[in-house]
Design a protein around this ligand. Structure first.
Ligand code: NAD
Ligand code: UFG
Length: 334
């Protein structure tokens, strides 16, 4: 697995090991901490091997694959901050696109042809309608989103050229929450750009107030509506996709979402109930590039993978808060 020390990767390692898979993590720890893997090891009762390697370094990626000889790769490693991608697109394309090309070449040389890729609902841009189906137009609005779409296109072409490839393109909606133990969770570097980590940091006293980005959207309460999905459900979606690739070749795309949207104010209210504390907030201007409403049609994943999200908004905010309350400053530094 690449990027296995990160937020979604660490939760997926737990479930893979728990269901009997042997996992080796390739990660350069540029946005994550070694402590996350130590905590995962504590949860599963076995060490999680880490190869501290950069996906941009083709020789090192090849060396890891030659050594590990994986049956399958789950590829999380990448950069994901939309604003940062506008300021430094080259870094985003190099990591997300060139990094994936390095991985694909190493997999080809090693004879591994099974790949699960972290894509994003961001590839839909401002969706034509909701719920968003996999066959909707793809029109990302920023370099991060375009890097994800480029990788999707590369992987489609690779699978078309060599029909022994088995590829899953998983388009995540808005991952939130944490492992119910509170031992692992989301620990963004710097100021969180996503809603729930920001809310958690306000609640724990690291930030003063939440800024609600606009209350004049055409939604019931005027704030943006998104399809939040519990990271434990999302991790389970990866296991389901890996399983499905066991009996189908080619390149397949699945939305991973709940199919239900919540507004910013609904999330804040649910959080306040779960945490039993007030989250002070002010409405400010819209954030450039935000869309009003985005939620998934998850029926394709249900039909093909037998997977649906099971956890609701209460579990999402409860588990996010349990993690943040137990780890106010996130993971200890390495
Ligand atoms: P994260 O930042 O917590 O994890 C990413 C991991 O990749 C980190 O451990 C980081 O150290 C590693 N990494 C980054 N660049 C690397 C490099 N050059 N070489 C090796 N390792 C590198 O992010 P996450 O939320 O866990 O996201 C995982 C994947 O899912 C990313 O590809 C992201 O784009 C995608 N995704 C995330 C979201 C979200 O909202 N969290 C939504 C859609 C898609
Ligand atoms: N929001 C706030 N205040 C904040 C942060 C967010 O009001 O401090 C609002 C946003 O305006 C939006 C909602 O909360 O209405 C969710 O925002 P996030 O940043 O958590 O999530 P986005 O849907 O904007 O972003 C996600 C992924 C990105 C991806 C994008 C586009 O995190 O990686 O979807 O699909 F690019």
């Amino acid at each position: 697995m690449t990027g296995g020390a990160g937020y979604i990767g660490s939760h997926t390692v737990v479930q893979l090991v728990e269901s009997g898979h042997e996992v080796v993590v390739l990660d350069n720890l540029c946005t994550s901490r070694r402590a996350a893997l130590d905590r995962v090891a504590g949860l599963v009762g076995a060490p999680v091997p880490l190869r501290q390697v950069d996906v941009r370094d083709e020789a090192q990626v090849q060396a890891v694959l030659d050594d590990v000889r994986p049956d399958a790769v789950v590829h999380f490693a990448g950069l994901k901050a939309v604003g940062e991608s506008v300021g430094d697109p080259e870094r985003y394309y190099r990591t997300n696109v060139a990094g994936t090309l390095n991985l694909v070449r190493a997999m080809q040389r090693t004879g591994c042809r099974v790949l699960v890729f972290s894509s994003s609902a961001t590839v839909y841009g401002d969706p034509a309608a909701v719920p968003v189906r996999e066959d909707f137009p793809l029109q990302p609005t920023n370099p991060y989103g375009r890097s994800k779409l480029m990788v999707e296109q590369v992987l489609r072409d690779v699978a078309a050229a060599d029909p022994t490839w088995r590829v899953a393109l998983l388009r995540y909606f808005n991952p939130v929450g944490a492992h119910p133990s509170g031992r692992i969770g989301e620990d963004p570097l710097g100021v969180p750009s996503n809603l729930l980590p920001y809310v958690c940091q306000v609640a724990v006293g690291r930030r003063d107030r939440l800024h609600v980005f606009g209350d004049d959207y055409p939604t019931p309460d005027g704030t943006g509506v998104r399809d939040y999905i519990h990271v434990v459900d999302l991790a389970a979606g990866h296991l389901a996709a890996l399983h499905a690739l066991g009996h189908r070749t080619g390149c397949h795309v699945w939305n991973l979402g709940t199919g239900r949207g919540y507004s910013v104010l609904e999330v804040v209210a649910a959080f306040e109930r779960a945490a039993r504390r007030v989250v002070p907030h002010d409405v400010v201007d819209r954030r450039p590039g935000d869309v009003a409403v985005c939620y998934a049609d998850p029926l394709q994943a249900e039909a093909d993978l037998g997977w649906t999200a099971k956890l609701g908004i209460e579990e999402m905010v409860q588990d996010a808060w349990a993690w943040q309350a137990a780890n106010p400053q996130g993971y200890p530094p390495d």
